[in-house]
Design a binder for this molecule. Structure first.
Ligand SMILES: Nc1nc2c(ncn2[C@@H]2O[C@H](COP(=O)(O)OP(=O)(O)O)[C@@H](O)[C@H]2O)c(=O)[nH]1
Ligand SMILES: [Mg+2]
Length: 259
C-alpha cells in the first residue's frame, strides 16, 4: 500500500515538472510541435486507409468440379484451356483481365487466386481471405442438387469467417455452367442455398456454444435466413466459364478492384 502512495507522489512530481517544462517553451514553438504531431498522425491514418482499399486480390472458391480453374484461365487468357487443367494446386496470378487487354488506358492488374475446394487444402483460404477485395464463390449449376448441401456448408464457412465479416468482403455467388439448358437458374440456387444455410445455422448454434466464440453467426435470429441479412454484400450471378460468358464476374471484379 505504501509503495502505491509513493508512486502516486512520484508521478505527481513528474507531472508538475513536465508542466513547468512546457510552460518554459515559447508558445508558438509548442503549437508548431503539436501541429507536426497531429499532421503525422493524420498522415499515418491516411496511409493505412489507402493501403487497405488498395487490395487487388480476388479469391475464387467453391467445391471441386464447380469450374474455378476453367474460370481462372478464362479471366486470364480468354480461353478455357480444356484438358490441361488439374485441380489439386492453387492457381495464382496477377494479370490484366483478358477482356480489358485491348482497351485504351491502363487497366489495373488483378491478383486472382484459385483455391481448390478440396478440404485438405482449405486452410489456404485463411491465408488469402483476409487480403481479398472480393470473393467469387463458384457453384455448379448443372450438378447442383447433389452438391447443394456441401456447397452450402462451404459457403457458410466462408461467410462466417471473422476476416470476411469484419472487413465486409463482398461475395459473388456464380452459378456456373449455364451454357447447358439443364442448368438451374440463379434464383433457384439462391433459394436452395438459403434454405440449406438456414438449416445449418440451426444445427450449428444448437451443437456447440464454444465454437461460436471464434465464428460469427449468420443472419437474424428467429427469421428465415436470406443473403440480404449478411453484413457483407452477397450477390448472385450466372456464368459459363467454358464458353466465356463471364461478364458478370468481370464486372464484379472491376467493381471491387478499381483501376
Ligand atoms: N458445361 C460446362 N462445363 C464446365 C464449365 N466450367 C467448367 N466445366 C467443367 O467442369 C469440370 C471441372 O472444372 P474445373 O475448372 O476443373 O473445376 P474446379 O475443380 O472448380 O477447378 C471440367 O470438366 C470442366 O470442363 C462450364 O461453364 N460449362
Ligand atoms: Mg481447380
Amino acid at each position: 500500500m505504501a509503495s502505491l502512495e509513493e508512486w502516486k507522489i512520484q508521478l505527481e512530481q513528474w507531472w508538475n515538472q513536465a508542466l513547468q517544462y512546457i510552460h518554459q517553451i515559447p508558445q508558438d514553438q509548442l503549437y508548431a510541435a503539436l501541429g507536426v504531431l497531429i499532421f503525422t498522425f493524420l498522415f499515418l491514418i491516411l496511409v493505412r486507409l489507402f493501403k487497405r482499399t488498395k487490395s487487388n486480390t480476388i479469391v475464387l472458391s467453391g467445391l471441386g468440379g464447380s469450374g474455378k480453374t476453367v474460370l481462372f484461365y478464362q479471366l486470364r487468357d480468354g480461353s478455357s484451356h480444356q484438358g490441361t487443367v488439374t485441380s489439386m494446386e492453387p492457381n495464382e496470378g496477377t494479370f490484366v483481365l483478358h477482356s480489358e487487354k485491348a482497351k485504351n488506358g491502363k487497366p489495373k492488374p488483378v491478383h486472382v487466386v484459385d483455391v481448390p475446394g478440396h478440404s485438405r487444402l482449405r486452410p489456404k483460404l485463411d491465408e488469402f481471405l483476409p487480403e481479398a477485395a472480393g470473393i467469387v464463390f463458384v457453384v455448379d449449376a448443372l450438378e447442383f442438387l447433389p452438391n447443394c448441401r456441401a456447397a452450402s456448408e462451404y459457403l457458410y464457412e466462408v461467410l462466417t469467417k471473422a476476416s470476411v465479416v469484419k472487413k465486409k468482403i463482398p461475395v459473388l455467388i456464380v452459378c456456373n455452367k449455364t451454357d447447358k439448358v439443364t442448368a438451374h437458374t440463379k434464383e433457384f440456387i439462391r433459394k436452395q442455398m438459403e434454405k440449406e444455410i438456414d438449416k445449418l445455422r440451426a444445427s450449428r448454434t444448437a451443437v456447440s456454444e464454444a465454437d461460436i466464440a471464434n465464428e460469427f453467426t449468420l443472419g437474424v435470429p428467429g427469421e428465415a435466413f436470406s443473403f440480404t441479412q449478411c453484413h457483407n454484400k452477397v450477390t448472385v450471378a450466372e456464368a459459363s466459364g467454358l464458353t466465356g460468358e463471364i461478364s458478370q464476374v468481370e464486372q464484379f471484379i472491376r467493381e471491387h478492384v478499381r483501376p
